[in-house]
Design a protein around this ligand. Structure first.
Ligand code: TRP
Length: 459
């Protein structure tokens, strides 16, 4: 490895040979160290990172407003049902693909024709999601600061900051925090940060949910949220719930493929997929319990749409005793959720540059961060473009990427081989049902949603 076997030519001085040898040895060990650094230290760390990626704006921002808008309990019931069907299958397929091929989407998709090129799509999708994420992340940072100064209680606060030049600086701060963690590496940066952030996020959310459901009058909200009303179940509810499952679990052939490639072959994937789906759903449900009952308790409407947590919720906090404390806690919780997800999105870009251009991690992270700052800044002052990118990436591209990942693994890599790979190190073993689900049911469901989305448009 570090040894040079070629005989030393006579005319070369001892000095320069030992120099070359020194550089070469240092280089190999550094590469080995980098490769070693690109592994999770423990399954707990892998889980924390995956839950960190999954739990994000999808759970705390989108889920409550979509549930509020699309029938409350009906939406929740369909969501849970679909999650069991496609969630675990999707996660295990993407992890297996990454782990068995030992790389991100570009390397992994290469099992199928044109796969190398198709693999660029999820990478770009992650970049687009990261770009709009950094815009919302900036608002959240601004709301956090505003909850300390009391500015968020001003009715027009969202309008004052969103899509205004002053949000640029917060966008840059948001990306810089994300970059610092990613730059520190998989083990020392991403894994460590998530092992701290995730438990904290759970504790804070539970405190907030207890406060919300015990408010006088919250009961009607709990009922609206938890009791499925069958008359509310229509095609849109189904479509929205399904795209929500994909977005929320970070299934798009990007993040989870890369995170899976960092998990050692002798470690568990099966039980981890159940744990990740359950934690992600638990956070979504609890986030709904934080938002919806509180909104009902103060006689407001949960069907406000995307403004629910930025406009309606501050009003709720304003009318609540010690509401400002809960506002600070709430926006801090949102920072944890958003940061852990942004990390996972940036990592996909970094991974692609390191793997294919052989760049050093620091250089790759730095360049990805600069690009994200450029696109994030652009979106943070262009509302129409922002909305376009949100819909394009979070609905259509996500589903397309997930579809390609499942086809690459189950149809080209081979479903039997994939199942053996998956079960290796697994605490529980998945049977043949997994092959049937992944090979037929999953792509069929995806194609149906994709067509329906293209025909009727959802979002
Ligand atoms: N799951 C995240 C959320 O709920 C978003 C996300 C992160 C994502 N990585 C992804 C979505 C990859 C699709 C694909 O907010």
């Amino acid at each position: 490895m570090g040894e040079i076997t070629r005989p030393m030519p006579q005319f070369t001085s001892i000095f320069s040979w030992s120099l070359i040898r020194h550089i070469y040895t240092v280089r190999t060990t550094r590469e080995e160290m980098e490769r070693e650094e690109q592994r999770w230290a423990s399954t707990a760390g892998f889980l924390a990172a995956c839950v960190g990626s999954a739990v994000g704006l999808g759970n705390i921002w989108m889920f409550p407003y979509r549930a509020g808008k699309y029938g409350g309990g009906a939406f929740l019931a369909i969501y849970i049902f679909l999650l069991f069907i496609v969630g675990v299958t999707g996660l295990t397929m993407e992890w297996t693909l990454g782990r068995s091929r030992g790389g991100g989407p570009i390397k992994s998709f290469a099992v199928m024709p044109f796969g190398k090129y198709l693999g660029v799509l999820p990478t770009v999708t992650m970049f687009l999601i990261l770009s709009f994420y950094s815009v919302v992340f900036a608002w959240i940072l601004r709301f956090f600061v505003g909850s300390i100064s009391g500015e968020i209680f001003r009715e027009s606060f969202l309008n004052d900051i969103a899509f205004q030049p002053q949000s640029l600086i917060f966008c840059i701060i948001a990306i810089s925090i994300t970059t610092l963690i990613v730059m520190a590496g998989v083990k020392r940066g991403i894994e460590r940060a998530n092992l701290v952030m995730m438990p904290l996020l759970f504790v804070l959310l539970i405190i907030l949910a207890i406060k919300s459901v015990t408010l006088p009058g919250a009961y009607r909200g709990v009922e609206f949220y938890l009791m499925p009303d069958l008359s509310e179940m229509n095609a849109t509810t189904w479509l929205m719930a399904l795209s929500q499952v994909f977005f929320s679990l970070s299934l798009a052939g990007g993040t989870m493929v890369v995170y899976g490639s960092y998990q050692s072959k002798n470690r568990d994937l099966t039980l981890s997929s159940v744990a990740t789906s359950l934690s992600d759903t638990a956070v979504a449900i609890i986030a709904g319990l934080v938002v919806i009952p509180a909104v009902f308790a103060f006689g407001m409407e949960p069907g406000e749409g995307p403004e629910l947590i930025f406009v309606t919720l501050p009003k709720v906090f304003a009318s609540m005793r010690f509401g400002w404390i809960f506002a600070i806690l709430f926006f801090f919780t949102l920072i944890l959720a958003t940061l852990s997800t942004a990390i996972s999105l940036l990592e996909v870009c970094v991974n692609a540059l390191c793997e294919h251009l052989k760049w050093r991690r620091k250089k790759a992270t730095f360049l990805s961060a600069l690009l994200t700052m450029a696109s994030g800044s652009f979106l943070s002052v262009n509302e129409n473009f922002f909305e376009f990118i949100v819909d394009l990436s979070s609905i259509y591209l996500v589903i397309l990427g997930a579809l390609m990942a499942s086809i690459a693994l189950m149809w080209f890599y081979g479903s039997k081989r994939a199942r053996d790979e998956l079960n290796r190190g697994g605490r529980i073993k998945f049977g043949r049902w997994w092959e049937v689900m992944g090979k037929y049911v999953y792509p069929a469901v995806l194609i149906v949603i994709l067509l329906a989305a293209a025909l009727f448009g959802i979002g």
